[in-house]
Design a protein around this ligand. Structure first.
Ligand SMILES: Cc1cc2nc3c(=O)[nH]c(=O)nc-3n(C[C@H](O)[C@H](O)[C@H](O)COP(=O)(O)OP(=O)(O)OC[C@H]3O[C@@H](n4cnc5c(N)ncnc54)[C@H](O)[C@@H]3O)c2cc1C
Length: 497
């Protein structure tokens, strides 16, 4: 099958846009299509966690501008079953973005679309993927325009970023396992709220009562996101809730009968489920984001995890398009499928929607403290993965760990940082003395100034040690003093000779 395009990304939600940016940054010939004539409105995924901010920075998004449009998300105050409040500070003590932010998903998509445009790629709108066939040589994608006419697009690779209802996943026959939370529903609105506790800046309130769960988050512009997970009196009711219906739940679950909601936007009613695909790759077709796994919105992590999927896949797919062995793509599923399973297990353990036996206040307290670091996604790593090679037992960072931002000494002794180097899209090899014979696509750097924990921070290496950092900011390999250039062998195996 002759091919015309390197990669077609189907779906221009936050995840498809991220993937297209990662491909375009590396000059991969790619198209991105979306069935909608216009971007979807609505605040949906409004919590953007720390690792996602780091990722946006590495992708070259204008971070100061993006954050100026958002609310800095400082703390969550839990009100568990009438027990004393429990406040959890959201700041992480490490990394360039200690605080997550709250911002409507449409704004996040706008920022991603702007970055993609800067790289010379426009979303092709009004094109719906309706069929897919593949053989060893390529993929044939059928696209349908809004007027019903069809076009056939040939590509080397196709990625479905279509969201939960993926036509391509079904056409490929990839199994989709769903767990439903029968008997519960989520009703939600963004509104100006009167009569809820005075909020400190960036403060969310989460109420757990025997009748269910209520979340109250601040959004930019003065509205609050109010969402209630409660027993579902009428599973057949598909209509979005009126603001009065949500208001009644807010009053009941917050215990404040005087609450008033005004200026409502984006009223939603959803039935809750978690779903995951049995695999994320079939031949030349891949799944990312909600098309690969959908988690219920109360976790506030679906978009964030999807962006991490795309960031993991982007450099790998670009490398394969340029000739790396296609087994590299299997490491995408191997690394990201367990993250999806963990997230789903975590939400299933902690979810309370007013049906069954409520958790105890003590269990809630233990759970919220443990969950916070997991939510930031900074703790995600791939230590046991095939791409993680620890050649020497050393203290500190290990192969598979997230590589923290830190100052480094770059080419010609100039001061730089890890993120400045990674923004090129390349790998970064850090060693105390300049490494020789690095192949194209790998930048050499040294710890900042003289090696030592005070100056070099996490990159305080002993003479002769080296760290090779992947383009997505995870450590690929760590070698010890006197070892023969294991990074060269590693790169040869991963990227091909
Ligand atoms: C009410 C609500 C609140 C949420 N809150 C949060 C939160 O706080 N934090 C968080 O991280 N997540 C949250 N989420 C989840 C988040 O919105 C999703 O995880 C996220 O949108 C998934 O992104 P995606 O790009 O994978 O898919 P989508 O955003 O679903 O994008 C898919 C795109 O593909 C297009 N498309 C679909 N099929 C085709 C086709 N066949 N051909 C062409 N185009 C196609 C669609 O038009 C769409 O633009 C929330 C979701 C909801 C509904």
């Amino acid at each position: 099958m002759a091919s015309a395009t390197g990669v077609v990304v189907v779906g221009a939600g936050p995840v498809g846009l991220t993937l297209a940016i990662e491909l375009a940054r590396r000059d991969v010939d790619c198209r991105i299509v979306d069935r909608r004539g216009e971007p979807r409105p609505g605040t949906r995924g409004c919590s953007v966690w720390q690792r996602t901010l780091e990722t946006f920075d590495l992708m070259g998004l204008p971070m100061a501008d993006f954050r100026s449009r958002a609310v800095a998300y400082r703390r969550r105050v839990y009100h568990p079953f009438g027990e004393p409040e429990l406040a959890v500070e959201l700041g992480e003590d490490e990394g360039p973005y200690p605080l997550p932010v709250l911002i409507g998903q449409q704004e996040t998509e706008r920022a991603l679309t702007g970055r993609l445009r800067e790289l010379g790629v426009e979303v092709e709108r009004g094109l719906r993927a309706v069929g897919v066939e593949q053989d060893a040589e390529g993929v044939l994608l059928t696209l349908q325009r809004e007027d019903g006419t069809r076009e056939e697009a040939r590509a080397d690779w196709v990625v479905s970023a279509e969201g939960a209802h993926s036509v391509l996943r079904d056409a490929l026959g990839i199994r989709w396992h769903t767990t439903r939370f029968e008997g519960t529903q989520l009703v939600q609105v963004d509104a100006v709220a009167h009569g809820l506790p005075g909020d400190g800046p960036g403060e969310a309130h989460l109420y757990l009562t025997e009748d269910g769960f209520l979340g109250d988050l601040p959004l930019p512009g003065g509205r609050r996101r109010l969402f209630a997970a409660v027993a579902d009196p009428d599973p057949g009711n598909r209509l979005d809730p009126s603001v009065h219906e949500v208001e009644a739940y807010v009053r009941k679950l917050s215990g404040r009968p005087d609450v008033r909601l005004e200026s409502p936007l984006h009223n939603w009613r959803v039935r809750l489920h978690n779903s995951v695909a049995e695999k994320f790759r079939q031949g030349r077709c891949l799944l990312v984001g909600d098309a690969a796994r959908t988690v219920m919105p109360v976790t506030a992590q679906g978009m964030n995890t999807g962006i991490q999927d795309a960031f993991n896949l982007g450099w790998k797919l670009a490398a394969v398009v340029s000739g790396a062995p296609d087994a590299l793509l299997d490491t995408y599923s191997a690394e990201r499928l367990p993250v999806a399973h963990d997230l789903i297990a975590r939400t299933e353990r902690s979810f309370w929607g007013g049906v069954g036996t409520p958790p105890t206040a003590e269990a809630v307290a233990a759970g919220v403290r443990k969950q916070q670091r997991a939510r930031s996604d900074q703790a995600v790593g791939y230590r046991d993965g095939e791409l993680s090679r620890q050649y020497a037992e050393r203290a500190g960072l290990r192969a598979g760990d997230r590589a923290p931002q830190a100052p480094l000494t770059g080419r010609d002794g100039a001061m730089t940082t890890l993120y400045d180097e990674l923004r090129s899209g390349d790998w970064v090899a850090v060693a105390t003395t300049p490494l020789t014979g690095l192949p194209p696509g790998v930048r050499g750097a040294q710890p900042a100034e003289a090696p030592g924990p005070e100056t070099a921070g996490p990159y305080a290496l002993a003479p002769g040690e080296s760290l090779l950092i992947r383009p997505d900011g995870y450590i690929g390999c760590r070698s010890g003093p006197g070892q023969e250039e294991p990074y060269s062998r590693y790169l040869e195996e991963v990227l091909g000779g």
